[in-house]
Write a protein that binds this ligand. Sequence first.
Ligand SMILES: [Zn+2]
Length: 167
Amino acid sequence: MESYQHFSLAAYVFAYYLDGKTEAQIQRDIDAFRSAAPLNKVYLETHRALVDISDKQMEMAKLVFARNGIEVSGGITTTGLVGERKPAIFDCYCYSDEAHRAAVLDIVRRTARLFDEFILDDYYFTSCRCEKCIEQKGERSWAEFRLEQMEEFSHRLVEAAREVNPK
Ligand SMILES: [Zn+2]
C-alpha cells in the first residue's frame, strides 16, 4: 500500500513477536500488514519481561525490514526479574537496587549498539516499594522520591547509550 500523504505510520514490534521468528515469517507478516496499511518505520524491541532478542536474531530482523524500505529503530520494555521478585506491580525494575540498575543499563548498551535510536515502552516507571526504596525515599513523599529517582536514572541511561554509540 502507498504511504499516506500527510503522515507516516510506525509500528512497535515487541520482543514476543520477534522471538524465534524466521526471515520468511517476518516477510510474510510485513506483506500482510502492508496489504492493509503502509508501514514506514518500526521500533524493534530487544527486551521485554523475560524475553531478550539475541543480536543475531535482531540483525536478521533489521535486514528484513530495511530491505522492505522500512526505517528501523530499537525499543525496550523495562520490565523483568532480577533475583527475588520485588514488591512492584508489573515487574518494573527497582531503581534503588544496583543489580536492577545494572541489568537495565546492560539492555540499554546492547540496544544502543544495534540502533542509533531507540524508544522506551511506557513501562518505564517504577512502582517498587522494597526496603531499599523505602530507605532511599527517606522523608520525601513517594511522588517526590520517584520523580527524582527516575530523572537521575534517565540521565544515566542516556549516558550509557552514548558511551557505546555517540550517534
Ligand atoms: Zn525497590
